[in-house]
Ligand binder design. Sequence first.
Ligand code: F1X
Length: 318
Amino acid sequence: MIITLTANPSLDRTVELAGPLARGGVQRATAVSAQAAGKGVNVARALAAGGEPVLAVLPGDASDPVVTGLAADGLKHLALPIGQALRSNITLAEPDGTTTKVNEPGPALSAAQQEELADAVLEASAGAAWVVLAGSLPPDVVEDFYARLTARIRRELGAAAPLVALDSSGSPLASAFAAGREEMPDLVKPNSEELAELSGVATAGELEADPALAASAARALVDAGAGAVLATLGSRGAVLATGTGSWFASHPPVAARSTVGAGDSALAGYLLAHRAGSDPAGCLRQAVAHGSAAVGLPGTAIPSPDQTTPAAVNVVGI
Ligand SMILES: O=P(O)(O)OC[C@@]1(O)O[C@H](CO)[C@@H](O)[C@@H]1O
């Protein structure tokens, strides 16, 4: 069983354009779609598609389109009413697969609502294999929310505490590394921009162009206390650093339709392989297979394992 927390869920609206995005112009959409989403929700969808029992925890009223969407899709979830509408995030998808995203800040959560959300995750997590803390934090949520929740899960659940995976950005991610080693995630999944920001050694472009540099930045985060670092490098693939080594994996190019949800799919692929008992290189292989498959799907669509091609992934020690 895996629990996901999406502190700032969204209704992802995808607008498909007939041609390249024209800034300042008026363009007609060729298709629109909407899906209940947010990073933890996407991870939960991919896990469920892989046969893993999941519970997606999120704030949201029962009548909110995100929550009704999850119910309609049959994804097991626990939504805590907040008396406010969740956000809509817009993806503008161009025919060549370029995606431009505009994410709203989301509704502010009061201190009591933050506490309720943390309590719900704690309660659901007892005995789970993993808890995935994912995405941005809504306005007014303390920036070290994830670090505090990690510490609380370990302190209060002791031997029944799940492993903790963190996929966030900006200060919620940075504060996990500012915290003590006992608050560090067992797995952290930065993209190249987040790895660049955290490590301060290079730009995102430099890390994507040089997997050895990305691996050394990831290893530095393991040295700082993270259990493992799965860093996705866009179309280049991903690197994994753990206490026992580091690896780089790449996939032959895919015809890109939308990169939205690719990182979430990669994290889910890693977790599915980990649950199946794979070694680190095997987990990385499935992460890249899932991420690549997601890129070939429209909007925020999330792949199932039979849509992935792990045999096509090349994994090397780095
Ligand atoms: O604003 P955040 O929480 O950082 O990211 C939210 C989001 O962009 O992440 C998912 C893709 O990873 C989308 O479903 C969603 O719209």
